[in-house]
Design a protein around this ligand. Structure first.
Ligand SMILES: [Zn+2]
Length: 298
């Protein structure tokens, strides 16, 4: 096959996350394909170049960490640059719906924000608990680290479980051809010999991008390879997808956080307010009557 044809091999099937446990109880592995999910988020944010790669990797890592820590809860991860103003938010919901948001100081049109991971970036992870409370943790991104290294540091600190994470994508120009990744967790009381075998094996999979480029890094293949020679049970297969849960009601509700005087001003202006969703770009028209409702609700 010609190289340009190889480059355009489509990913197979919908985006999924597989979860498996080795039968000896030593390893837990999550492996995912997130091609369409990450590409959807990148397109909605009009991210390009390095920023597009970061958005895609944040989406993949957030999906994996949610599946790993709390598959039935929502998880949001925020990567903040050293300026603390340039941020990427990835938001993954229990039904698989996942989206992202790039926030940055105003730039000239067409200029991509730059988020420098090399020095002083932080990763925050927020998850909703079963009782509705929020749990939040944050870590400094290891110097010269990438998104995978940032999430590994987070898992190490928050879970105190040795975790290996690799996320990546295969890009042809601005087109994301394949995205995916895996998490391997070493459960407590593992034998040293088995740990050594796994550490050595994962060296071959440290950078997932070349494997995605070859079109071989499907979730099933990643499970088979990371757990090669170890009997394991696949305990879950779940779908993930790009989407947004915004609605006219949510957008209107978000205006409730404005000072009352501002809402009153909007109401008295009497004009239909046009508000866009920052995650997906959907436009909503909010009628002044709805805003009046907000004032009464207060
Ligand atoms: Zn939206």
């Amino acid at each position: 096959m010609a190289p340009d044809l190889l480059d355009s091999v489509p990913s197979e099937g919908p985006d999924t996350v597989l979860r498996a446990l080795s039968e000896d109880g030593n390893f837990r592995v999550m492996a995912c394909r997130t091609t369409a999910t990450a590409a959807g988020a990148v397109a909605a944010q009009r991210a390009r170049g390095k920023m597009a790669e970061l958005v895609a990797n944040m989406v993949t890592a957030t999906v994996l960490v949610r599946e790993c820590m709390a598959p039935d809860l929502r998880l949001q991860a925020v990567l903040q640059g050293p300026d603390r103003k340039t941020r990427i938010v990835a938001d993954s919901h229990p039904d698989g719906m996942t989206r992202a948001l790039v926030q940055a100081p105003a730039l000239a049109s067409g200029v991509q924000p730059h988020l420098d991971l090399r020095q002083g970036a932080i990763l925050q992870v927020q998850r909703t608990l079963h009782n509705g409370a929020m749990h939040q943790g944050s870590v400094e991104v290891p110097a010269h680290g990438d998104v995978s290294a940032a999430f590994m540091a987070y898992m190490q600190e928050s879970e105190q479980v040795t975790t290996m994470i690799s996320v990546g994508g295969h890009w042809v120009g601005e087109h994301l051809v394949a995205a995916g990744g895996y998490i391997v967790q070493l459960l407590p009381e593992i034998e040293r010999a088995k740990l050594a075998i796994m550490a050595e094996r994962l060296e071959d999979f440290r950078d997932i991008a070349p494997l995605l480029q070859q079109g071989i890094a499907t979730p099933q293949w990643l499970l088979d390879e990371t757990l090669y020679g170890m009997p394991y049970t696949q305990v879950a297969e779940r779908t993930v997808y790009y989407g947004c849960n915004c609605s006219a009601e949510r957008v209107t509700a978000s205006l409730a956080s404005l000072p009352r005087s501002e809402v009153e001003e909007l109401v008295s202006a009497g004009e239909i307010l046009e508000i866009g969703c920052d995650f997906c770009g959907a436009e909503y028209k909010v009628h002044p009557e709805r805003l009046r409702g907000l004032l009464h609700a207060n």
